[in-house]
Design a protein around this ligand. Sequence first.
Ligand SMILES: [Zn+2]
Length: 542
Amino acid sequence: MTNVNPSGFSDTQPPWYVTTAIPYVNGKPHIGFAQEIILTDALARYHRLKGDDVWFLTGTDENAFKNVQSAGQEGIPTRELVERNATLFYNLRTVLNLSFNDFIRTSAQPRHREGVEKLWRACYENGDIYKRPYSGLYCFGCEQFYTESELVNGLCPEHLTAPTLIEEENYFFRLSRYADRLQELIESDQLQILPQKRKNEVLSFIRGGLKDFSISRSQARAHGWGIPVPGDAEQVIYVWYDALGNYITALGYAGDAPTYERYWTNNPHRVHVIGKGVIRFHAVYWPAMLLSAHVPLPTSILVHDYVMLNGGKISKSLGNTVDPVEVVERFGTDALRYYLLREIPTTEDGDFTFERFMHAYNSDLADQLGNLLNRVVSMVGRYYDGIVSAPGPLEEVDRGLVETAASLRGRIDASLPRFALDEALDAIWNLIGAANKYVADVEPWTLAKLRKSEGEDSHAGERLGTVLYNLVEALRLVAYHCAPFLPATAEGIAKQLGISIATGEHSRDISREAEEASWGRYPAGTSVQPGGVLFPKIELPK
Ligand SMILES: [Zn+2]
């Protein structure tokens, strides 16, 4: 389950590299990770549709001590637990309709281990790794030491459990050496952090003073699980140091592979999508490790907030989770993609409740979109034997719809670079709303009656053809712009309109992009293909 697409990049298309954080595999995927990987998938598809040569990486963080603990509780070997759960994460590819190019497993692939060893040696040779005794309060859930001031009532702020006092010899990374350089890179946006509030948070953390941090643990505490420290078999590389390395080890950093040169070293778009809980590791520790190793830094870190569950934090240890696989089995992939992309704001906390989910499904997907498609395709069938006629001149009532459709490209293109995918979906639903309003305003059924009494060549006859063309064209543009976000829905709409559409599985030729995205490109004379209902309505419990 690696190298899903072999590297067959084209030199003419700009490279664009995007990653998710790699999740722990001590349990099943939860909905928070589904959100992260769907956001990343939408970005990857969007850029492929813009013609970029995208490399989308995800994978699993398998060297955590937590896996040893979980396997112990189940009474199975750690390797078995990791294999079983990594498969569940890989299988999200089908469940969530993802387009990742590669999947890295940190405990199972030599490219990762060799790359982490190389990264360690590079930092060591630069004088940034040294050994000293350490004692601290450690949360096993987070695999992280906490200072007293970071604890909430003496408890881990993530897990609400009491940390354990750990004492041992560790290797440390000389983070303190990089504070000024990091501050300068982040302030100047050479390392861009979005949104602004997260950039501010990182800068204030750096200004507060950076302390060297532990990057190893004893073999005994690790129970022999993890990557040994090069040259010191008594120590294992700390899981965070190891896991962060995946972003370059997957590309072939160990052997300076062509994929590493293309998607990391010589690429102006090295983008990490992460949750707010791991920002310090990605925006401070990781760039400092790369500075030390003389490796280029990421160019952007895009930080999403959390999916809350019924107003509370989702947490495996709190027993408060939603299984994305079950949601998809009940409601379909795009219903979940839609909810996580639009109803959960990209950079704010958002609430997942089944009540809200079903409401959004019925109202936005079934009523507004599914019903619109169904009505338009049936009217073309009923009034024109299924063939879309060429439009006549536009009238005043048409202009609102045309203008809304024409502004869509610009609105989406303004949202994505700000990491506001929810706003891109707002813009698409704004067009869907405009199309529904247009149906109510122009009343095609009234035009059809008039046409019957006044004839094909009457004003009503010509208007009916124009109105239906406009609705078909609006739906084509909805499908076109939905493609990165709701790929199967985009395909479903296109199929019923009798056309084909790209959904960003592969990079494409963009010479016709501007043309395809502009109004009036639906080929008149095309036959619609009535299909099933796009989003069958859900019966709500009384
Ligand atoms: Zn914790």
